[in-house]
Design a protein around this ligand. Structure first.
Ligand code: HSE
Length: 315
């Protein structure tokens, strides 16, 4: 039997200023998928291992047409007219409904592992197209801001979808990320469905200036400009009520010296950027205790650089 295992990292998307167009990977947390070639012309899930302690039975659909790890493989098999099938074993390191890009990671890890088994491997750009099908199946929209950084790595701007154009943005020197996930869930589909379809012109102008200032600050290594620009006036106010004690958690991060903090993806995870490991550890502790004290919810947390690498074959 031929098999390969791939790791795909968790990702922080939106990054406060760029709804649906910015994202980056976080090191040390992600999903592992093992794909084996089987004789039967089908795609099936053989095993699901929960590394988070939060998975419920209904979370991972047995039907491969609804499972984010297998939707892309089904289409890939069909497109390439493969005479064999795939069996998938999933080790979920990212909790479902966490806002940490779990559906993208499962999809990307499965595609990366399967790609390693192909006679003529596909490009990452092509794998990205398949990963978007999984995002569509899981959240109802093929949003690219988790799948792109998950595959390509680095602080990623999706400048255009048709044609696909991504830019790897520079990360200001010394930035250390804090990611904190309260043990509760927000369903991306719902968190998207609740957003107002239109934004007032003044808010659009304000957010455009913040996005431009943030990106300019990254290019010029101007941490003060990044700090001043680290705001989401469009999406965060609408979604904050979904997250227990979001206001207090964000305030705790800023009080301990974070240069900014916001919702990771559609939440409930919250991330912060800091400028040293020491500050990151203080910010992490303050955010976890704010979730506990004000939100009455326990939280898991990670400290990491902005991940330079995307998914990779590990076995
Ligand atoms: N940009 C997407 C959203 C990310 O905020 O809905 C979901 O993980």
């Amino acid at each position: 039997m031929r098999r390969a295992t791939a790791f795909a990292p968790a990702t922080v998307s939106n990054v406060a200023v760029g709804f649906d167009i910015l994202g980056f990977p976080v090191e040390s947390v992600g999903d592992f998928v093992t794909v084996s070639i089987i004789e039967e012309p089908e795609v099936r899930v053989a095993e699901v291992v929960d590394l988070t302690g939060t998975l419920e039975e209904s979370d991972i659909p047995a039907d491969p047409a609804r499972n984010t790890a297998t939707v892309g493989l089904l289409k890939l098999r069909e497109d390439l007219r493969l005479g064999y099938g795939f069996e998938v074993g999933l080790r979920k390191g990212i909790a479902v409904g966490s806002g940490m890009g779990g559906s993208a990671a499962s999809a990307v890890a499965a595609l990366t592992a399967a790609n390693a088994l192909l006679e003529r491997p596909l490009t990452k750009e092509t794998l990205f197209e398949y990963a978007l099908l999984c995002e569509q199946a899981s959240s109802g929209t093929a949003h690219p801001d988790n799948a792109a950084p998950c595959i390509f790595g680095g602080f990623t701007l999706i400048a255009s979808m048709k044609p696909f154009r991504r830019v790897r943005l520079p990360v200001p020197e010394g930035v250390v990320v804090v990611l904190v996930r309260p043990r509760c869930r927000v369903e991306t589909r719902r968190a998207r469905g609740m957003l107002k379809a239109e934004v007032p012109l003044a808010s659009h102008v304000r957010q455009s200036a913040l996005l431009a200032g943030f990106v300019a600050g990254c290019y010029t290594n101007d941490l003060e400009l990044v700090r001043q620009s680290f705001r989401d006036v469009l999406i965060e106010p609408q979604r904050a009520p979904l997250i227990p004690a979001f206001t207090e958690v964000r305030a705790a991060a800023l009080e301990e010296g974070a240069i900014g903090a916001s919702i990771s993806g559609s939440g409930p995870a919250v991330f912060a950027w800091t400028t040293s490991n020491e500050t990151a550890e203080r910010v992490r502790a303050a955010m976890v205790s704010a979730f506990d004290e004000h939100g009455r919810v326990q939280a898991d947390s990670w400290v990491s650089p902005v991940g330079a690498e995307g998914a990779k074959v590990v076995e």
